[in-house]
Design a protein around this ligand. Structure first.
Ligand code: G3H
Ligand code: 13P
Ligand code: ZN
Length: 318
């Protein structure tokens, strides 16, 4: 059976651990995450983006998760909609069986233009009222995901980072179950051009927000660690990924000590999968059964998931 984000993150807070939330688009990702969860005895958050719904189709996503819950009956699963751009998107996900939705009102419906605080409060409060009436949890987002490394055309560092007082007002006005905060991370593999420092990765902001909102579950987006060994493997087998750095696991673990309960990871599984497939194809040039390289992909993603369950402390909590 599915559990809500609220149930899962309340348990995480009581037991001082963090939950990785992995994105799913296909069977291989679902298997990798579930097999890792069974091995490490961890609950899971499976999250599907708008891109995932376009790629796999909402029916396939939902039925894959139903299959996962039948095959792994001891693992609590939260099925979460990642980055809903409107209340309507959230309502459709609730209708199709998600136990949690993200209403991302930090951006307008185009998913690009930064929204103002009033807009964000209005759409998030509306989504939350509807979701709670259906027993579904809501994650909101305040602040702008994006690199602090270079000057942004229009927004300063302070405008990008989540403001502490605004966070308090936002949670009060919207009643969200979890709050995604902006601390200098961005989606994808190119977060930092050199190892992040306290200036570029503002973990201190997490502490400040947690002090004012000790009972709010904080969420970190753009939290792939971009392991150097996976980038090296991709490049060794024909890839061309320039030097790049992600969010170090140690920093995430510090965040978990200060109220971070959900940690979004998508890119690391993409890197693991691509590295394994490139290696498998390069080493077996006459092979053509996709199950061979997709099995390698599952194994590589599974080992990333196991490492995150262990590091974030959710291992043993299922
Ligand atoms: O929000 C970012 C996640 O990594 C999902 O990415 O929109 O390409 O599926 P996507
Ligand atoms: P990454 O690109 O760092 O994996 O972040 C994923 C994410 O935040 C999904 O919402
Ligand atoms: Zn995100």
């Amino acid at each position: 059976a599915l559990i809500t984000l609220r149930q899962l993150l309340d348990h995480a807070a009581e037991n001082s651990y963090g939950m990785p939330a992995f994105n799913i688009n296909n069977l291989e990702q679902v298997r990798a995450i579930m097999q890792a969860a069974r091995r490490m005895d961890s609950p899971v958050i499976l999250q599907a983006s708008a891109g995932a719904r376009r790629y796999a189709g909402p029916n396939f996503l939902q039925k894959m998760v139903e299959a996962a819950s039948a095959e792994f009956p001891t693992i609590p699963i939260c099925l979460h909609q990642d980055h809903g751009a409107s209340v309507a998107v959230c309502l459709r996900s609730i209708q199709s069986g998600f136990s949690s939705v993200m209403m991302d009102g930090s951006l307008l419906e185009d998913g690009k233009t930064p929204a103002d605080f009033e807009y964000n409060v209005r759409v998030t409060a509306e989504a939350t009222r509807a979701a709670h009436a259906c027993g579904v949890s809501v994650e909101g987002e305040l602040g702008c995901l994006g690199s602090l490394e270079q000057d942004h055309d229009s927004l300063s560092r302070e405008q990008l980072l989540t403001d502490v007082d605004e966070a308090v007002a936002f949670v009060d006005a919207t009643q969200v179950d979890a709050l995604a905060v902006a601390i200098g991370t961005s989606h994808g593999a190119y977060k930092f051009s050199q190892p992040p420092t306290g200036e570029t990765l503002a973990m201190g902001r997490i502490q400040e927000i947690h002090q004012k909102l000790p009972d709010t579950h904080l969420v970190m987006h753009g939290s792939s660690s971009v392991p150097a060994e996976l980038v090296a493997l991709i490049n060794q087998f024909g890839g061309e990924i320039p030097e790049t750095y992600g969010v170090p696991v140690e920093d995430i673990v510090k965040g978990i000590r200060h109220g971070v309960r959900k940690v979004n990871v998508d890119t690391d599984l993409r890197l693991a999968s691509t590295a394994a497939i490139r290696q498998s194809l390069a080493e077996n040039p006459s092979a053509f059964d996709p199950r061979q390289y997709l099995k390698a992909s599952i194994q590589a993603m599974q080992s990333v998931c196991e490492a995150r369950f262990e590091a974030f402390g959710s291992a043993g909590q299922a």
